[in-house]
Design a protein around this ligand. Structure first.
Ligand code: PPY
Length: 282
């Protein structure tokens, strides 16, 4: 089985894929859209990309690309702990406090904001497509006083020295990665990490209807459907036009969720099921 992921080697996504699919052929992609396109073109059997971080919120690129460019079903989710380390080329290990630029994924930099503010206030932040892309970049420029924020595997893979460990600002730093496929067919994963099922909906509210969001929420509330996430994103059709991403804490059933969807449609909402899938906690 070919599993694509946000690469290069040694991203957090790579770690999640390796844990969940130890026997798969792993194919790295440079960006999230490239990985999603590869699923759509059927170059790979499934793709794994980051969706949401506990400290920084949604990875908007993933959500927006899935919704607006390639509407692929979500067939699974992996939740993994994230530990961020500061690393430099070994040549700079003894004077790391003098680095002028810090390279990483924007979410990783945001997760370490307090550390960077306290210890490397003057260094410029440079966003890369992933944490391991940053580690690779830094390793290829030994003459420059620069650092990367990435995981331990990236330090090993690209020959960097970790100069400060666990620099993320809060201990509970987890990320959700989604598994997307071309067809809505679950991957056969028999794992002790299985932790439950979720259903994700995209809901577009009718225009200019007072109380519409309240009515949407009550369709779930009176059925006692537990929501684990609700988030709005721009519909990209005009200022003030938003859709909602809603996660329900259970599998698609034959009564409750279809009933809620029918009620939303009767309110003139447009509803799309993005997936009903198992999740795994590493
Ligand atoms: O860049 C990576 O390593 C990723 O897999 C994306 C990411 C970035 C920051 C925290 C978690 C995942």
């Amino acid at each position: 089985m070919k599993i694509g992921y946000l690469g290069p080697k040694a991203t957090f996504t790579d770690l999640a894929v390796t844990t969940m699919f130890p026997r798969a052929e792993k194919i790295p992609y440079h960006t999230i859209p490239e990985c999603i396109d590869a699923v759509s073109n059927e170059e790979i059997d499934a793709g794994v990309v980051p969706l949401e971080n506990a400290l920084e919120g949604s990875v908007n690129l993933t959500l927006d690309y899935l919704i607006h460019e390639q509407l692929l079903p979500i067939v699974g989710e992996i939740i993994a702990p994230i530990q961020q380390h500061l690393m430099v080329h070994p040549y700079h290990a003894h004077h790391w406090t003098e680095v002028k630029e810090i390279y990483s994924h924007s979410h990783a930099i945001a997760q370490c904001h307090k550390f960077l503010h306290a210890n490397l206030k003057k260094a410029k932040h440079v966003y890369m497509t992933s944490t391991s892309a940053a580690a690779k970049f830094v390793s290829e420029r030994p003459h420059l006083p620069i650092a990367a924020i990435a995981n331990r595997l990236a330090a090993e893979e690209y020959g960097l020295t970790i100069v400060q460990e666990n620099i993320h600002d809060y201990d509970y730093n987890h990320t959700r990665f989604i598994i997307v496929r071309k067809q809505n067919e679950p991957l056969k994963i028999d794992s002790p990490l299985y932790a439950g099922d979720k259903t994700t909906l995209m809901v577009m509210l009718p225009k200019d209807q007072p109380g519409a969001l309240h009515q949407v929420l009550s369709a779930f509330a009176w059925r006692k459907l537990n929501l684990t996430k609700i988030e709005s994103r721009p519909a990209k059709t005009g200022l003030g036009n938003y859709f909602f991403i809603i996660d329900i804490d259970q599998k698609m059933d034959e009564v409750l969720i279809p009933g809620a969807i029918a009620e939303l449609e009767a309110l003139d909402c447009t509803v799309q099921v993005l997936g009903s899938y198992p999740y795994y906690i590493i």
